[in-house]
Ligand binder design. Structure first.
Ligand code: G6P
Length: 360
């Protein structure tokens, strides 16, 4: 089995590298004869008839769900909620008349998500599982399935499944939105192709990211990722990735919320990584970086080309504003990878974690 790693020291690095190819594979799989994106029309029709989408997931998939909410609401105008599977039973949301459920799960086997699916099936609401594993439990038990086509993900820390989930959610949102007569000028095929190229550019800058990992994260016991809007969703995922494999206690925070309490934790040298991809939020997030810097934080700015400044530590290739997470997450994956590697951890098999959790 280890042969599949080829020359890679760890599956995680291989899977990070595979992401541009996964983007292209997703385009291929969801393109029809005229190159336009297509999904099973029964899914489109059911979603068009629904008045609210409920996304249910755990871990990294939950974080992809937040980006999915943004995509679905922007492109389809259907209100969308995101829920943690393990909380759904206790904090059951008030359901609308025609809800549509999306289960996001790389493995298709997560017990927490499955128990929600069983409950939703009892209520006879339409369900779609978006998964990497054809024939998995959640795929078999849901009414519809869309596959991620990401290839097997072996490393416990999920990378390519996260970006694949976002890309497939974008395809879904685009197809449903267009069926509704919305977003006619949004060319997702073109935009995702740009994303794939952008991912490659970042992957080619591994050495720079290894350097940044050394400079910022080699000794620290805690760290923060901050951002607003889409960048906040990525900050949550970036923090989880760093926690999982490097054991650095990391929080992903809404940049503007820091000052309402958590800023008390900033000390001399605390690493704070800010993600900035959009014009409308750039000024405010930069302001928050100044606030933490003046309290001693060691700040790193990861900014997208159009809003970047020369002194920023890492610049991201420009992509469409709805797809920025697909690009901004890549350097954070590599920062986690190198931090874990430098600390001598088993990158692929972090302590206390399992790839797929089949107990509630
Ligand atoms: C486990 C894994 C996480 C993953 C989560 C959800 O906790 O360690 O990496 O995000 O399960 O898994 P799923 O297969 O449902 O996406």
């Amino acid at each position: 089995n280890d042969l599949e790693k080829g020359t890679y020291p760890y599956y995680m690095l291989k899977e990070i590298d595979e992401q541009p190819a996964v983007m292209r594979k997703i385009l291929q799989h969801y393109q029809g004869e005229q190159q336009q994106l297509e999904i099973d029309s029964a899914i489109t029709e059911t979603m068009l008839a629904s008045d609210r989408i409920y996304i249910v997931a755990c871990g990294t998939s939950y974080h992809a769900g937040w980006v999915g909410k943004q995509l679905l609401e922007s492109l389809t105008h259907i209100p969308t909620e995101v829920h943690l599977s393990s909380e759904f039973g206790y904090n059951t949301p008030l359901l609308t008349e025609n809800p549509f459920f999306i289960f996001l799960t790389q493995s298709g086997e997560t017990a927490d998500s499955r128990q929600v699916l069983v409950k939703v099936n009892e209520l006879n609401h339409p369900t779609l599982t978006i998964t990497n594993v054809a024939g998995s439990t959640l795929s078999r038990e849901a009414q519809f399935t869309l596959l991620l086509h990401a290839g097997p993900e072996i490393a416990v820390a999920s990378t390519k499944a996260y970006t694949a989930q976002i890309a497939v959610l974008a395809v879904l949102a685009d197809v449903v939105g267009k069926a509704k007569g919305l977003a006619q000028n949004f060319d997702l095929v073109h935009e995702l192709a740009l994303v794939a190229t952008g991912m490659e550019t970042i992957i080619d800058e591994k050495e720079r990211l290894e350097q940044l990992a050394t400079e910022y994260l080699s000794v620290s016991r805690n760290a923060f990722y901050i951002g607003r809007g889409m960048d906040y969703y990525v900050a949550m995922e970036a923090a989880l990735k760093l926690k999982e494999i490097s054991y650095v206690q990391t929080e992903g925070f809404a940049a503007g919320e820091l000052k309402h309490g958590t800023i008390a934790l900033i000390e001399e040298g605390t690493p704070v990584m800010a993600i900035i991809t959009e014009e409308s939020i750039a000024g405010h997030t930069r302001g928050n970086v100044q606030e933490v810097k003046s309290r001693g934080a060691h700040s790193m700015i990861i900014a997208m080309e159009d809003v970047a400044e020369e002194e920023d530590q890492f610049i991201l290739p420009q992509v469409h504003s709805l797809l920025t997470p697909l690009i901004s997450v890549i350097p954070t994956q590599l920062l986690s990878y190198y931090t874990s590697l430098h600390r001598g951890n088993d990158v692929d098999k972090p302590r206390n974690l399992a790839k797929s959790v089949t107990v509630e």
